[in-house]
Design a protein. Structure first.
Length: 274
């Protein structure tokens, strides 16, 4: 199936308005697909109800809207916004501070926030971390490409996948050592190649990279290896541990939402002026 684009996403929105319009008898005369005024009225009514829903659930609508705006710009391939899965690096004082602390300066975009008033913010995942750092756009710039690493699991071309595989490799080698078993040559080779790639891309030495990953390796020394054999895309890997599953539709087509169940009673009349 071809990747969905702006036209398909717009049709998903139109289908949502169709379902919303069907709830209210007094809106049946509106033709949102052919009349811009009707479309504006229905969109406004739907947004108001979504605001009520967010308030009822204790959600911050403006934050959700800012995130949605960021993903909208990404889906439109805006040159002003880094896409999910893009590799970036700190610049200016933010980079200087990270270097002084011995922390990585390069990472992967895992989320984007485009507020109505204020700078664009990005969630960035750095080497060895399980949570994201929120960084404004002014402190970021594109990073050099990640050096492709040839492993037994194929060519690895992004740092998140390389880190995940290296952590798994380090854990397997550690479990073998604890059991008095010699690690396979393939395992040792993958470890060497992945470590070299992450060292080169992050501009750090092997000890620094290894130390950053130990916190992820140690819990796995007493747990069985992962049974997942499907390689994930950079965007999917970037979304791991992200609070909301917002990456749908960025690297794969988004499925159309299922229609809501029929209402149990007549919907209230819209009291908003037309």
């Amino acid at each position: 199936m071809a990747e969905a684009g702006a036209a398909e996403f717009a049709e998903f929105g139109a289908a949502a308005l169709d379902a919303f319009q069907a709830l209210f008898e007094e809106t049946q005369h509106l033709d949102h697909r052919g009349n811009n005024t009707h479309a504006s009225e229905l969109l406004g009514d739907l947004l108001i109800d979504l605001m009520h829903y967010a308030d009822h659930r204790g959600l911050e609508f403006n934050d959700i809207l800012a995130q949605a705006n960021g993903y909208y710009l990404i889906e439109h391939n805006s040159p002003d916004v880094f896409a999910i899965g893009t590799t970036v690096q700190l610049n200016g004082p933010a980079a200087d501070e990270a270097i002084l602390l011995g922390a990585p300066t390069r990472g992967t975009v895992t989320g984007v926030l485009v507020p109505h008033d204020g700078p664009i913010e990005y969630d960035i995942r750095f080497l060895g971390e399980t949570s994201n750092h929120t960084i404004i756009a002014a402190d970021l710039e594109p990073a050099p490409p990640f050096p492709a690493a040839s492993t037994s699991q194929g060519i690895i071309g992004n740092p998140l996948r390389a880190e995940e595989l290296l952590v798994e490799s380090m854990a397997r080698i550690g479990r073998a050592d604890l059991s008095g078993v010699q690690p396979t040559q393939e395992e040792l080779s993958d470890h060497h190649v992945l470590l070299d790639a992450l060292v080169a891309w992050n501009g750090m030495d092997k000890r620094e990279v290894t130390d950053l990953l130990l916190a992820k390796v140690e819990p796995r020394l007493t747990t069985p290896p992962s049974s997942t054999g499907t390689a994930l895309s950079p965007a999917q890997l970037a979304a791991r541990d992200f609070p909301l599953p917002l990456t749908e539709g960025l690297s794969e087509p988004r499925p159309a939402a299922q229609p809501p169940p029929p209402p149990t009673g007549p919907a209230p009349a819209r009291a908003r002026p037309r």
